[in-house]
Design a protein around this ligand. Structure first.
Ligand code: ADP
Length: 396
């Protein structure tokens, strides 16, 4: 079965056509500037075969049609007919408490996703637009929604409730939801296999460290705690997000800088983290360059970034009363050697022994602890699109 995976933003649409039987990506691409002008980049075998600016995309429906045209194009298409698309898997950011697993999309599911819009106002409406556009253009194709929050619905109350008056949970469902669930689920399963563990009897920690980042404690295959919260702002220091801080800081900045709450939130989401601390960049590679050129603030930002991850790993080892294996994934987790070694250096007390030669490698699936290390540590490249295709196939 060929599964089209769609990840829709407010003005963009990422796609990948995956042969779910062989688990290979046949084509991938991105529509950008939807509603502005429109730019479609289509790749086959990872190589760009079409990069056009003259594709007016007044809305997502037109973008979906252009993607389908590209997939069946006689020169660079990868299928001969749209009938070859057996299903569409949609990434949906927030499933609230409605969805603890993926679901086949129907009108009722659309409404339930809409009901979660309040919890993810930047993401869910855009995800829904993508779903509606696909259902309109390909009404006969079954569609599945795969939620970023679903994997974390197994967290116990003690982990997901904040120390707030109960009424806010009862009235508004304010609680920890967690994100990157598709990645944490995919990576934790693979980590257990690589470490030779029975996932149903294991204590794992997954560090998904990209531009956005979260750390998750996975006990016996289930998420039991995670660093992101009601929104993806909580947790470790990220590219532009502050991560966790004293909530009183919001009021303090608002008063001192004469800003509204919304303006302070924009600072915390878009101008903080590595970018804000260094005053330089949110991109880890540029930060590394800054540090090597003697930029003190870049060096401090990097130190704080690593220190934060160390603290979360320690907290989750404590929460599970131990840890058997740890995975690093996503752009920084897979590639940034200094982050991995920096974190591992501080986990000796747990029984982590870094393999210093292996630690110099990057980007591929491999063990970076010694084979005698009590706690095994692996790089496990994440593949959220493949995970969505698997979920979609499994449901259908
Ligand atoms: P997201 O999906 O959250 O946008 P990614 O998982 O793509 O983010 O990660 C992006 C981050 O990974 C950037 O900060 C980038 O600098 C970093 N990154 C990518 N390649 C490398 C590398 N070779 N070394 C260090 N950092 C890297």
């Amino acid at each position: 079965m060929k599964v089209l995976v769609i990840n829709c933003g407010s003005s963009s649409l990422k796609y990948q056509l995956i042969d779910a039987s062989t688990e290979t990506a046949l084509a991938s691409g991105l529509c950008e500037r939807i509603g502005i002008d429109g730019l479609l980049t289509h790749k086959v075998d990872g190589k760009k075969v079409k990069d056009e600016e003259k594709n007016p995309m007044p809305n997502h429906e037109v973008a979906v049609k252009l993607v389908l045209d590209a997939l069946v194009d006689k020169d660079y298409g990868v299928i001969t007919s749209l009938e070859e698309i057996g299903a569409i898997g949609h990434r949906v950011v927030h499933g609230g408490e409605h969805f603890a697993s993926s679901v086949i999309i129907n009108d009722e599911v659309e409404k339930a996703i809409e009901a979660c819009n309040d919890l993810a106002p930047l993401h869910n409406p855009a995800n829904l637009v993508g779903i509606k556009a696909c259902r309109k253009v390909l009404p006969q194709v079954p569609m599945v929604a795969v939620f970023d929050t679903a994997f974390h619905q197994t967290m116990p109350e003690k982990a997901y409730l904040y120390g707030l008056p109960r009424e806010y949970y009862d009235k508004y469902k304010i609680r920890r939801y967690g994100f990157h669930g598709t990645s944490h689920s995919f990576v934790s399963k693979r980590l257990a296999e690589l470490a030779g563990l029975d996932i149903h009897n294991s204590k794992l920690i997954v560090c998904h460290i990209g531009n956005g980042g979260s750390v998750t404690a996975v006990k016996n295959g289930k998420s039991v705690d995670t660093s992101m919260g009601l929104t993806p702002l909580e947790g470790i220091i990220m590219g532009t997000r502050s991560g966790s801080l004293d909530p009183a800081i919001v009021e303090f900045i608002a008063h001192k800088e004469n800003k509204t709450i919304e303006e302070v939130m924009t600072v915390l989401n878009k101008k903080s983290g590595l970018a804000g601390m260094s005053g330089l960049t949110s991109d880890f590679r540029d930060l590394r360059k800054g540090k090597s050129e003697g930029n003190q603030l870049a060096a401090i930002a990097m130190d704080a970034f690593i220190y934060n991850i160390v603290k979360y790993v320690g907290a989750y080892a404590a929460a599970m009363n131990g840890v058997d294996a740890i995975a690093f994934t996503a752009g920084i987790g897979e590639n940034a050697i200094e982050v991995r070694t920096g974190v591992m250096e501080n986990l000796g007390y747990l029984g982590v022994e870094a393999d210093l030669e292996a630690c110099k490698q990057m980007g591929q699936e491999m063990m970076v602890s010694t084979k005698d290390s009590k706690v095994k540590v692996f790089i496990v490249p994440t593949n959220e699109e493949l995970a969505i295709a698997r979920e979609t196939k499994a449901l259908l």
